[in-house]
Design a protein. Structure first.
Length: 369
């Protein structure tokens, strides 16, 4: 009797397991799922106002988001915490919360104990993850004036507690490598660094290098191997798909999301990007990193500005969909690029199933805030 697995199938499976991030064939015959039908979970948002037009948009195009509180060192955490959980209570299906922790009191006695108590109260109210931001590594200092790196022993009791509770650490650590390079108008990050020179680190040797911060992030996973770490923005390795793949192999509890870095993926050869998704279909999540934070504005926003944000958000979601699910050549971020045409099963994982599993969202949606 003929074996149900052909030699060709076995060879293809073996190649998938052993290959580096090289070309994989695209099944151009696979139909694209309907955009509105597939649930889309944006795991990285900052929405800190109750805007009915955003709720309506999410319901119409089948989007939910995780609302991320950040940073922890500017004194605004209590306000963000209040607004974030108010939105979650009002719309638990739309706005699960990722909390963060205070960093202003890090030199005070019993810092870890107090921080853990704060986080536990947030988890009791439904928080699904904890964010740590680039201020750790690039802004905050230790008592002796050195930059505070994310693997500092100060944080070890907090990380150990998250691991025991099964709560993910959502880590935006370091910046794109472009922050350490001369300004380049062809860079995806030129506008940001030209307008935010405090984060452009070229010619500032007093700051830690990109490699040093990434190594410190990796060291967290070495010290706490059961801690689930979600690397925001492709783990700040958007320039190095092989480096991403290497870490996904080395650290089984490491995952990544693509928020604000889809534009970086479009600069890589499409076969190599597709290969990353096909080799690690359970480890990559969707995100956008769209911020609506009126508490940081000098004047309250107008309704026209709110609607403008809603319109731009819908355009971004649809442009991303065209890139990940579409076929052929498309325009993305004013450039002609090749769409990935990911298979339907990978799209389902990328857009919602991985987030549901990693952030335990089904349990969060089932509870009454």
């Amino acid at each position: 009797m003929r074996h149900p697995l052909s030699v060709r199938t076995l060879r293809r499976a073996l190649a998938l397991l052993l290959s580096p991030l090289s070309a994989f064939a695209v099944d151009v015959a696979a139909p694209m799922p309907a955009y509105e039908k597939i649930l889309k979970i944006d795991v990285h948002s900052h929405i800190f106002e109750n805007v009915p037009a955003i709720h309506t948009l999410f319901a119409r195009i089948n989007v939910r988001t995780i609302n991320v509180c950040v940073p922890g060192g500017d004194g605004q955490l209590p306000l963000m915490d209040r607004i974030g959980f108010e939105l979650y209570r009002a719309h638990p299906q739309l706005y699960p919360v990722t909390t963060t922790f205070d960093l202003l009191t890090r030199h005070e006695p019993d810092y870890a104990t107090r921080t853990i108590a704060w986080l536990d109260r947030a988890f009791d109210r439904g928080a699904v993850a904890v964010k740590i931001w680039k201020e750790v590594g690039l802004e905050l200092k230790t008592r002796d004036g050195q930059f505070l790196l994310p693997d500092d022993p100060l944080f070890d009791p907090i990380y150990a507690h998250l691991a025991r509770r099964g709560i993910p650490l959502h880590a935006h650590l370091a910046e794109p490598i472009d922050a350490w390079l001369p300004l380049d108008k062809d860079s995806n990050h030129y506008t940001y660094y030209s307008q935010n020179p405090q984060w452009h680190l070229y010619g500032k040797p007093e700051y830690p290098s990109h490699a040093a911060i990434i190594a410190a992030r990796d060291n967290i996973m070495k010290k706490h191997p059961t801690l689930v770490v979600v690397g925001a923005h492709l783990g700040s390795l958007e320039h190095d798909l092989d480096g991403i793949a290497d870490r996904l192999v080395r650290y089984p509890n490491f995952h990544i999301e693509v928020a604000a870095r889809t534009r970086n993926l479009t600069r890589h050869p499409p076969d190599k990007v597709r290969a990353l998704f096909q080799k690690f279909p359970d480890r990559i999540m969707y995100g956008v990193d769209a911020g609506w934070m009126p508490h940081r504005r000098d004047t309250p926003p107008t309704d026209a500005q709110r609607q403008g944000h809603v319109n731009s958000l819908e355009l971004r979601y649809r442009a991303d969909w065209d890139y990940y699910a579409g076929t052929g050549e498309i325009t993305y971020n004013n450039r002609r690029v090749q769409a990935l045409h990911l298979p339907p099963d990978i799209l389902e994982k990328f857009y919602h199933a991985n987030a549901e599993r990693i952030f335990k969202l089904n349990a969060a949606w089932a509870r009454t805030p």
